[in-house]
Design a protein around this ligand. Structure first.
Ligand SMILES: Cc1ncc(COP(=O)(O)O)c(C=O)c1O
Length: 381
């Protein structure tokens, strides 16, 4: 079966966060949702759910739980039980709940930089100190400096991991992930593993859930996953936590504190359909995104002189180093001169002012339009 990822779906005026931020002459390539239609099977499941005509408060039944349990086994050989799953309206509320539930005052939270802004902001929401450990760049690969990580973890309350990593698209290989997880175990640090981009790995790479590494690691890990990125249903605000330690699960659930509610019937239905009926669609999407990644990489190398990009190993996000351009503010430059709305590097790390993040989860024609605009702006500056 073939799927269409090339059609441009006009999103102006649809209440899209992405398309609402800037004036209509700006092409938005910032926030992490795709300009690609959700899978036909998800849309059909939603239509059928609407036909029931009643949209009351909902719980996750065996159908959605079983679909996820089977998917985690099929994709990652990770065996979890239906009762290990808790449903939440987002991964961001999930890692905030975890910090609130488990980290004592004055215990630092450790995370790697650059990193997704809400991860960087989370410790501050709970007045917790944070230690940022920068990745090291070696031969085009971002690597975890283990000695620095170990130092940071001494006395820490939690380690907040992003894998596959936003913004660099790093897919942690087993050896590195194991070393990171073991460093946390040695210190008794809770691992909060944000795996929202899990499905989107390129070049035959496979995502490894942190908790699947060993039973011991699983007992210290809260995993956060969602259909929202890979199946492009982020607006349905539905995610799930996988917590195999019953005590941690209960304490985490109690941290909803009347602020983090149950999820919607449409979100649950989309999640069920995504995990049980969209395997072929997902394979085709990954193929398309990987080709977009390659197209972008080639274009950056040949048409955007001064911009450096290392091929992301997953996600639909590219992390562009604009240092050689000598601009005060690359995000502002591309916004004003190219009319392309990128994410500013400074959001991801204090040392990332010279970076921008570009979202290539879009039809190829839109990607090309963005590239042409950026190329022209660089040529005429
Ligand atoms: C790494 C990462 N975590 C969490 C989120 C947000 O997840 P949610 O919308 O489920 O809160 C995003 C969205 O871009 C993300 O990239």
């Amino acid at each position: 079966m073939s799927f269409d990822f090339d059609t441009i779906h006009p999103r102006l005026g649809t209440g899209s966060t992405k398309w609402n931020r800037y004036p209509p002459d700006v092409l938005p390539m910032w926030i992490a949702d795709m300009d690609i239609a959700a899978p036909p099977a998800v849309l059909q499941a939603l239509r059928e759910r609407l036909d029931q005509q009643i949209l009351g408060y909902s719980v996750a039944g065996p159908d959605v739980r079983d679909a996820i349990v089977a998917d985690l086994w099929n994709k990652y050989a990770w065996r979890v039980q239906p009762q290990d799953l808790l449903f939440l309206p987002g991964v961001e509320p999930g890692f905030n709940m975890a910090l609130h539930a488990f980290v004592q005052p004055d215990q630092p939270v450790v995370l790697q930089t650059p990193n997704y802004r809400p991860i960087r902001l989370a410790p501050g929401h709970w007045n917790l100190p944070k230690i940022e450990v920068p990745f090291e760049l070696l031969d085009g690969e971002y690597l975890t400096p283990l000695p620095a990580l170990r130092d940071a973890l001494a006395g820490a309350g939690a380690f907040l991991l992003s894998n596959p990593h936003n913004p660099m698209g790093k897919v942690f290989p087993r050896e590195e992930l194991l070393a990171v997880a073991n460093a946390c175990l040695e210190q008794g640090t809770l691992i909060i593993s944000d795996e929202i981009h899990a499905e989107l790995c390129f070049d035959g790479r496979r995502h490894i859930p942190t908790a699947s590494l060993s039973d011991e690691i699983a007992q210290r890990t809260i995993t956060l996953m969602s259909a929202s990125k890979a199946y492009n249903v982020a607006g349905l605000k539905t995610c799930f936590a996988v917590i195999q330690n019953a005590e941690i699960r209960e304490r985490f659930n109690n941290a909803r504190c009347g602020m983090v509610d149950s999820v919607s019937p449409l979100g649950l239905e989309a999640t069920r359909a995504a995990y049980s009926q969209c395997g072929e669609w997902l394979d085709a999407l990954k193929h398309y995104l990987q080709a977009n990644r390659d197209y972008l990489l080639e274009a950056v190398q040949t048409r955007l002189p001064g911009v450096v990009m290392h091929a992301p190993q997953g996600t639909f996000l590219a992390w562009l180093d604009c240092s050689a351009l000598g601009l005060d503010d690359p995000q502002q430059f591309f916004l004003e001169q190219a009319k392309v709305g990128l994410s500013a590097g400074i959001e991801f790390g204090d040392d990332s002012q010279q970076f921008v993040r570009l979202n290539f989860g879009c039809p190829r024609a839109l990607l090309e339009e963005g590239l042409q605009r950026m190329e022209r702006a660089l040529r005429t500056r």
